[in-house]
Write a protein that binds this ligand. Structure first.
Ligand code: GCW
Length: 694
């Protein structure tokens, strides 16, 4: 029987009855009632979630009770637990911090926080003699995290008899950055309009705001920057701050704090001052007042994310000041309230360096140590711009005295937008796991980003008003993977895909076994059919969809595609070696030598770092030109395989979602072929003349 149609609105939070009899029996035996302690708004959310999930998953009535009866799941903060006689040692509760949580079953808790659980349970007249499973944390939103964790275990059919889980996030601030404009459009959004209906706010709070925050909470996201880094001046006006406050009120019980992207010239444009120079005391005072105003409305406001002196955005350099002057002035305004500042390092002024990949380091490395402690310098994963594949940004490892935030792009601006099935878990893992060697072996990007000073990871959101949130059903996996990796970057891309498939599609092994390789191979396939071997920035201008390798009509050299691939009769690729732009010199040893030498440079970055002759032989034995063609074909073959695999799953997937994905895969194949045909024809001109001239 074909499953009933689904819109995808439920995301990975679909609570369907288990179709695994053994597990179902285990869960029913383990949890036959639930106690939710506390009276906070979050406690109400927790209760709602469990009321929704438990009977649906277990397909039986699961009573919610005030006192444990039978095998009970008990849920509450450490303080709330005391009211029923369960106490957690102060040391243990400190270890989980504000956001960590504990999930333990009586059988499972051996040495964990609730090591005293068994004895409490066995004590005569113990108030929790019926306890079977417990979820706790210091703060209510962290209890909610634990609830979603347990639900994930149930949704993915895990054995829950001996749970002993202590889950603490490895990165403190896990933020979705929305490039949402106040007119409802989204820069690089491919899933409809902005979720924030500014016209209706603050009076009308749409139910969807709660669903958004709930989805974020379910994967551990604890911040949302609501407005585009290409900022609108209106965002800081009293009118819009009230609207922002209404959203913040809605998100708070879910543990999601709001951030804003201000415009640097606000003191002039809405403050009536004659300058925005950050060194001017009146400017600093204006910002201080503005920030105080924000905190009066939003006591847990997170802070600002700023794009300054980048792509036409104003910034401190307009007044002859520098990034540290601008950042520190804003940071000082935020500091008394516990707020922090994300200052983006996405700068590429051609006067600084002719290679765009060098610019950020040249501007920011000299400022290391000059920023206030509540400033994080935020760099994209690679030094150009969210291309299908880039080596990690050399700023990671180059500013030891400055906390660095990592910015990833969930919305697939350069990776097929919401038309291509491309799972980004593997791409993000490649970056997080990259060893910068900044302090010897093991100085991975992940370690740098999670340094104890202040840690933050930002994902440019792919959400919008489309019923399925993300445009493509499979793009939901990227939102999901961002949250899961932000919480724990040690998770594998495969483990995350596995969870997501089970929750979003089905636990049936046939479905999991077919979808997982599809997802896991999809990123490399996209790299292959768009920009293999380290090629980058070959897309059409403005909308960035589809190939245009010959594009050379932009006003700046580095907005042209020929600037990046540099194809000529001799070869192709950007020479960033010590005889080229010397970008390799920005990496620590041994990477600089490894990248510099054509023989040791990883082939995935070959044309990123080298201008390579067409006849150069690769590991495969093929010449560069042959290899390029081979890679394009390989990418296309993978999309054909995805199409076939999907077709074979038809009986396992509901009609609505099946058809949606089927159509997109058809388009993806066409677009992949277009990439190959256009690029091969274009590069072939040089290759042909090269052959002729030999
Ligand atoms: O990826 C590029 C985008 C711009 C974006 C910019 C940035 C918000 O094409 O749309 O602007 O980067 O990250 O600031």
């Amino acid at each position: 029987m074909q499953a009933r149609n689904e819109s995808g609105y439920e995301l990975w939070l679909r609570y369907r009855p288990l179709d695994d009899a053994e597990r179902l029996a285990q869960y029913r035996a383990a949890i036959n009632s639930v106690v939710v302690l506390g009276t906070s708004a979050t406690a109400a959310i927790i209760k709602n979630e469990l009321v929704r999930a438990m009977p649906a998953l277990l397909d039986v009535d699961v009573p919610f009770v005030d006192n444990p009866i039978g095998n009970t799941l008990i849920v509450g903060t450490v303080d709330e637990l005391k009211t029923i006689g369960v106490s957690i040692s102060p040391d243990d509760s400190r270890n989980i911090g504000d956001e960590g949580c504990v999930i333990a079953s009586a059988e499972g808790a051996k040495q964990s926080l609730i090591s005293n659980l068994q004895s409490l349970r066995d004590a005569p007249q113990s108030p929790i003699s019926n306890l079977q499973c417990l979820i706790t944390a210091n703060a209510a939103p962290a209890v909610l995290t634990g609830v979603f964790h347990l639900l994930r275990l149930l949704q993915t059919h895990q054995d829950i008899r001996a749970l002993d889980i202590v889950s603490v996030p490895k990165i403190r601030h896990r933020i979705l950055a929305h490039w949402d404009n106040l007119d409802g459009t989204i820069e690089r959004g491919y899933a409809g309009r902005s979720l924030w209906n500014w016209d209706e706010l603050p009076a009308k709070i749409a139910a969807r705001y709660h669903d958004y925050a709930r989805a974020c909470a379910s994967i551990g996201i604890n911040g949302a920057c609501l407005t585009n880094v290409n900022a609108s001046i209106k965002g800081l006006t009293a009118e819009y701050l009230e609207k922002t406050a209404a959203l913040a009120d809605g998100f708070r019980p879910y543990g999601v704090r709001v951030f804003l992207s201000p415009q640097f010239t606000a003191p002039v444009r809405i403050g009536g001052l004659s300058t925005s120079d950050p060194r001017d005391p009146n400017v600093a005072a204006w910002w201080k007042d503005k920030v105080d105003e924000i905190y009066r409305l939003i006591p847990d406001f997170g802070g600002f994310q700023v794009k300054a002196n980048s792509e036409g955005q104003p910034g401190p350099q307009d007044n002859g000041a520098n990034h540290d002057d601008g950042a520190n002035m804003l940071a000082d305004a935020l500091a008394p309230h516990g707020g922090f500042l994300l200052w983006r390092a996405f700068v590429y002024d051609t006067n600084i360096d002719a290679d765009r990949a060098n610019c950020a380091n040249k501007e920011f490395v000299p400022l290391d140590g000059k920023f206030r402690s509540n400033v994080l310098v935020q760099a994209k994963n690679g030094p150009i711009d969210f291309q299908p594949r880039e080596p990690f940004h050399p700023l990671f490892g180059a500013m030891p005295r400055t906390p660095l935030a990592l910015e990833l792009q969930i919305t697939q601006e350069y990776l097929g937008q919401s038309k291509h099935l491309v799972y980004l878990g593997g791409m993000w893992k490649e970056v997080l796991d990259s060893d910068t060697y900044a302090q010897g072996v093991g100085s991975t990007v992940a370690k740098i980003v999670s340094a104890p000073m202040n840690s933050c990871i930002v994902g440019v959101a792919n959400t919008g008003t489309d019923r399925n949130w993300c445009g493509h059903h499979f793009s939901q996996a990227n939102w999901y993977a961002f949250g899961r990796l932000a919480w724990d970057y040690e998770l594998s891309a495969e483990a995350i895909a596995d969870e997501w498939i089970r929750m979003t599609w089905s636990n049936e092994s046939r479905v999991v076994d077919m979808l997982k390789p599809m997802m896991l191979g999809s990123w490399e396939a996209c790299v292959n059919y768009m920009m293999p071997l380290g090629l980058h920035h070959l897309m059409k201008e403005h909308h960035h969809y589809g190939p245009d390798p010959g594009f050379n009509g932009a006003p700046r050299p580095d907005w042209n595609n020929v600037y990046y691939h540099r194809a000529d009769m001799n070869g192709i690729g950007f020479d960033r070696t010590h005889t080229g732009s010397i970008n390799v010199g920005m990496y620590h040893r041994p990477l600089c030598e490894e990248f510099d030498n054509i023989a040791t440079c990883p082939e995935k970055f070959l044309l990123w770092f080298h201008h390579v002759p067409w006849h150069h032989r690769l590991y495969s034995g093929r010449t560069l030109w042959q290899e390029l063609q081979h890679r394009y074909d390989e990418g296309i073959t993978f999309v054909e395989e995805m199409q076939n695999a999907w077709q074979r799953l038809q009986s396992k997937i509901d009609g609505e979602r099946f058809e949606h994905v089927r159509q997109r895969l058809t388009h993806q194949l066409e677009n992949a072929r277009e990439w190959r045909d256009v690029c091969i024809e274009y590069f072939g001109q040089f290759q042909n003349s090269a052959t002729e001239s030999h």
